[in-house]
Design a protein around this ligand. Structure first.
Ligand code: PLP
Length: 433
């Protein structure tokens, strides 16, 4: 399977039907625990000496494992961990990289809950953030690196502005400083962009969105490139002895780095964070994500094509001040470099009127659903400043042009002419007196 291309892997990778009664669809192992056979086998299972056996679904589950292996194969990573939400994936990654305290550089124009967590939650645990207005201002990013800086964190395509992060340049800066580049790649999905190909070290997903594609469950993924050296002394959590990895009776002492080598990061997420803090993805939710993943390419192709047409329509509409869709500028070097298949299915625009017009537009829209999600097969509309990005202070929003008149669209699989007609009539009604 490792030689196969993306479209083959998204339906096959990580699943061997012969090990599951030749079931064509990945079975849902809806069980909390698994029989241990006898005490000798139990010893092998709980110490991780055998593959294909499980003990307890918080430590691992066969359905969830197929999803983890499939996403690792699609990204080109050495391993992945599935969790209950995108926020869990972000939280566990930040904690795993900066557990002993330190600083992380990140842009301000990120998802609202992520920004809230970075500004108002992690500092309570000794992890502080240097937030920048423009993550592609490389000299500024470089100047912020201090001895205790532990990572650079970005969204590959920002929510909701769709600004593109220059991943390769940021990965170079990070690696020169001996720190990893962490990328939330939720907007593009691995179909449109695979950050490891540009040097990223850890990729995070809210697979609630385009990977699942049907808006039916929450889930998150962390994928490890396996190329970063955690043993330089900056990250003692990977090199210090761990009680659970050693053998007390035989006086064997191990760290995550000594035991798991290039899989140290992802094993530590599983064994320290998922196992101890919970936030496990349930088997049935993993099944939904796997099902959605099977059609990711066809969905994204259609949604991206429709998003581009809708961006063009809005760009020429008298009631629209500005469209935020990086895909509109075909000559942008970042679009050319990173997004040969299109920037994505999400775009935003600023209405040429006050918030009462926003309210009227949302009241009159018929096909788009007004709700705080993206990446669904159904088209969605939301006013981020009052909903998904409510946690972003007004001053930050002003600096990023995210005022209350900005509306975000997530384009689904409907006929694009119907979507444009729907927007057209709602925009007209929004500006009737
Ligand atoms: N990252 C991005 C870019 C998001 O848009 C979101 C949610 O909207 C998240 C992470 C959080 O994901 P979840 O809602 O699955 O926790």
């Amino acid at each position: 399977m490792s030689d196969c291309k993306f479209n083959t892997k998204r339906v096959h990778a990580g699943y061997r039907p012969e090990e599951h009664h030749y079931a064509s669809s990945v079975p849902i192992y809806q069980t909390a625990a698994f029989g241990l056979t006898n005490t000798e086998v139990a010893e092998q299972i709980v110490t991780g000496q055998v593959t294909g056996r499980f003990d307890y679904s918080r430590d691992g589950n066969p359905t969830v494992e197929v999803l983890e292996q499939r996403i690792a194969a699609l990204e080109g990573g050495v391993g992945a961990v599935a969790v209950a939400s995108g926020m869990s994936a972000i939280s566990f990654t930040i904690l795993n990289v900066a557990e002993c305290g330190g600083r992380i550089i990140a842009p301000v124009n990120i998802y609202g809950s992520t920004l809230d967590e970075f500004r108002n939650f992690f500092p309570n645990y000794g992890i502080n953030f240097d937030l920048v207005d423009n993550i592609n201002d490389l000299e500024h990013v470089k100047s912020l690196i201090q001895p205790d800086t532990k990572a650079i964190y970005v969204e590959s395509v920002a929510n909701p502005s769709t600004e593109i992060a220059d991943l390769e340049a940021l990965a170079n800066i990070a690696h020169q400083a001996g720190i990893p580049l962490i990328v939330d790649n939720t907007f593009p999905t691995p179909y449109l962009l695979r950050p490891f190909e540009f040097g990223a070290d850890i990729v995070i997903y809210s697979s609630t969105k385009g990977i699942n594609g049907h808006g039916n469950t929450l889930s998150g993924l962390v994928v490890d490139h396996g190329q970063f050296d955690w043993t330089t002394g900056k990250f003692p959590q990977f090199t210090s002895e761990e009680f659970i990895l050693g053998d007390e009776e035989r006086q064997i002492h191990e760290s995550f780095a000594s035991k798991f080598g290039h899989q140290a990061f992802i094993k530590r997420i599983r064994m320290k964070y998922v196992r101890l803090l919970g936030s496990v993805l349930s088997p049935i939710d993993a099944y939904f994500v796997l099902l959605g993943l099977e059609t990711i390419s066809e969905r994204l192709d259609k949604e991206v094509a429709s998003a581009a047409k809708i961006a063009e329509f809005l760009n020429h509409n008298q009631y629209v001040n500005q469209v935020f869709y990086s895909g509109l500028n075909k000559t942008d070097p970042l679009v050319k470099k990173y997004f040969s298949k299109g920037v994505g299915s999400i775009l935003s625009f600023e209405l040429a009127g006050d918030e009462t017009r926003v309210a009227k537009l949302i009241k009159n829209i018929k096909i788009f659903s007004y709700l705080p999600n993206i990446g669904d097969a159904k088209s969605l509309i939301v006013n981020p400043a009052r909903t998904t990005h409510r946690e972003v202070p007004a001053e930050f929003r002003r600096r990023n042009g995210l005022n209350p008149q900005v509306i975000r669209l997530s384009i689904g699989l409907e006929d694009v002419t119907d979507l444009i007609a729907d927007l057209d009539q709602a925009l007209t009604k929004a500006f009737e007196n």
